[in-house]
Design a protein around this ligand. Structure first.
Ligand code: MG
Length: 219
């Protein structure tokens, strides 16, 4: 069966921050007088808060028990501002998305709180770049849960076996999509995850705009 729909992860797949997230987190905590927080602790808290409206519950957990004279919501806003300012599209992906949309139903499924992820799309000017753009903060569960991919397929009006999902995260994107019956395409970059056997294809992020359209035709 040929591919009828193509959907993407957002962070580190279509858009990448110009500075590391650890640096942005350090800058945000320093700016609002919060104690230093580790990126690892942040990622753990984020993973447990994929269906939230904002990042405030993530920071509430990270600040819990710490000496901090700052509201979680204030820190969340400071971090959001820095993340959004640093976010840049992967070269060539905007015209790639426009071209793909002429041939396929085009979707996005991104893990994270609603306000954080929608503000990234707004900052990138991508609010209308997809036929369907789902943020797990609006859903009952996040990737890799099959329910998140089922919500995507429902919204796209596509069957899993005719849908390709393009993402960088081995667990959330590659395993999640392939376990839900979609064709996973793993986006690779230097120092990123190893090639994953569950992926139907691999693509280097810096060559994605040029190479993905042809890869989709081979699936
Ligand atoms: Mg990602």
């Amino acid at each position: 069966m040929t591919v009828a729909a193509v959907a993407f992860d957002l962070d580190y797949t279509l858009a990448v921050p110009t500075r590391s997230r650890s640096t942005l987190l350090s800058e945000a905590t320093a700016a609002v007088g919060a104690p230093p927080l580790s990126r690892e602790d942040y990622l753990d808290a984020h993973a447990d808060n994929l269906t939230r409206r904002t990042r405030a519950p993530i920071f509430e957990r990270l600040l819990d028990g710490r000496e901090a004279d700052v509201e979680a919501a204030t820190l969340a806003a400071a971090y959001r501002e820095r993340v959004n300012d640093a976010l840049e599209p992967v070269p060539g992906v905007e015209s790639m998305l426009a071209d793909l949309r002429e041939r396929y139903r085009l979707g996005l499924l991104t893990n994270g709180p609603v306000v954080a992820q929608r503000s990234k799309l707004r900052e990138l000017g991508w609010e209308d770049a997809f036929d369907v753009a789902l943020v797990t903060g609006d859903l009952r569960s996040g990737k890799p849960d099959a329910a998140a991919f089922e919500a995507l397929l429902d919204a796209l009006g596509a069957k899993p076996e005719e849908t390709a999902f393009v993402g960088d995260d081995a667990d959330a994107d590659v395993a999640g999509a392939s376990d839900a019956g979609l064709r996973a395409i793993q986006v690779r970059f230097p120092d990123g995850p190893d090639p994953d056997p569950k992926a139907a294809a691999q693509v280097d992020r810096e060559r994605m705009a040029a190479e993905l359209p042809a890869i989709l035709e081979t699936l």
